[in-house]
Design a protein around this ligand. Structure first.
Ligand SMILES: Nc1nc2c(ncn2[C@@H]2O[C@H](COP(=O)(O)OP(=O)(O)OP(=O)(O)O)[C@@H](O)[C@H]2O)c(=O)[nH]1
Ligand SMILES: [K+]
Ligand SMILES: [Mg+2]
Length: 368
């Protein structure tokens, strides 16, 4: 049996297994198996032509945003509107066949926006250019999932499933579980909270499935078996995702209102240039970038040129500034007015990748 069949067998078994106390170990094991097969599926294949890698586009600017969506939802139209790059748009599906980068200039930051081919169900398993598209998505700081407002909700859950299946976790934070494989001593299991979804026995079963017999496990959160598996597997990416419903010029006001109220969602029309400013504002918040305006002693700050930092970074990350002026430790001694920061709220938890780990300094100094 090939991996794809094994995966589908397990998925079917999970679907037909009733969820209750008596089946929780069985389900936990199935999920661990499923995660293993999926990981195998994603291992780069040996042949040179299909390395499972993304399109070869250099990362540039302060942050990277990937446009993911079904064909013909308006991704290329959006790129051409927001950047000075033109990407061909047409009414037929799969107009775009490769990755087309553009740059959004916003609040002094350069945000790299990537237009990508449309993806369809089965993309993660290699349908169309799905794997390449998803490989690019993994490298983004934020995913914009573009949806056609005239089509049903099913497109959204299908895409979510595709991204989930390759270890991309959207708008979720990293499970707060300490996990450390050891050389001996068996499995030591502890938790600082009451667990309602996992138990010591289940955790052991799952670990054994991964051939781990010695490890330290500490649950600091009431996590599910899936979240625990994510921690063991380890190569998950936790990423903010903005759901963008395009083509609202084609639907009723009631429908627009309903979509706009969904979490992490924004409604737009590229055709009629509706709500694009608001989308940019939200995108900025999701990127959690902070502008720092610097100034020379005795001069006004230069608001036209900011230093862009990932949220959570501090002035220490700015590094020495060109021309020998200042340096990593000179800013804190300045009066508070000399460095002005502005930032938006973080979309979800504070322990997520997008605001926890500050990006290396991408500073463009006002003193240059
Ligand atoms: N009514 C309406 N049509 C739109 C809007 N935005 C884009 N379109 C149309 O939708 C069609 C598809 O647009 P594209 O930008 O090519 O879509 P895409 O997602 O890049 O498609 P692929 O590259 O094939 O995946 C084009 O005919 C656009 O003119 C909109 O806001 N309203
Ligand atoms: K198209
Ligand atoms: Mg396109």
């Amino acid at each position: 049996m090939g991996i794809l069949e094994k995966i589908s067998e397990i998925e079917k078994e999970i679907a037909r297994t009733q969820k209750n106390k008596a089946t929780e170990y069985h389900l936990g094991l199935l999920k661990a198996k499923l995660a293993k097969y999926r990981a195998q599926l994603l291992e780069p294949s040996k042949s040179a032509s299909s390395k499972g890698e993304g399109f070869d586009v250099m990362k540039s600017g302060d942050a990277r945003v990937a446009l993911i969506g079904f064909p013909s939802v308006g991704k290329s139209t959006f790129l051409s509107l927001m950047t000075s790059t033109a990407s061909e748009a047409a009414s037929y599906e799969f107009t775009t066949l490769t990755c087309i980068p553009g740059v959004i200039e916003y609040k002094g930051a350069n945000i790299q926006l990537l237009d990508l081919p449309g993806i369809i169900e089965g993309a993660a398993q290699g349908k169309g250019r799905g794997r390449q598209v998803i490989a690019v998505a993994r490298t983004a700081d934020v995913v914009i999932m573009m949806l056609d407002a005239t089509k049903g909700e099913v497109q959204r859950s299908l895409l979510e499933k595709e991204l989930e299946s390759v270890g991309i976790r959207l708008n979720k934070h990293k499970p707060n579980i300490y996990f450390k494989p050891k050389k001996g001593g068996g499995i030591s299991f502890n938790s600082t909270v009451t667990l309602t979804q996992c138990s010591e026995k289940l955790v052991q079963l799952i670990l054994h499935e991964y051939k781990i017999f010695n490890a330290e496990v500490l649950f600091r959160e009431d996590c599910s078996p899936d979240e625990f598996i994510d921690v063991i597997v380890g190569n998950r990416v936790y990423m903010p995702c903005l759901y963008v419903y395009n083509k609202i010029d084609q639907i009723s006001m009631e429908e627009v209102d309903r979509l706009a109220r969904k979490p992490n969602s924004v409604v737009i029309s590229c055709g009629m240039k509706l709500n694009l400013d608001y989308l940019l504002e939200l995108l900025w918040e999701y990127l959690a970038l902070t502008c720092i305006y610097t100034k020379k002693r005795g001069q006004r700050p230069d608001f036209t040129d900011a230093i862009i930092l990932r949220k959570g970074a501090s002035v220490e990350h700015v590094g020495p500034l060109p021309g020998g002026v200042g340096g990593p430790h000179s800013l804190p001694s300045c009066p508070p007015t000399s460095a002005t920061a502005s930032t938006g709220r973080s979309p979800a938890s504070s322990s997520t990748r997008w605001c926890g780990a500050p990006a290396p300094s991408t500073a463009r100094s006002a003193w240059a």
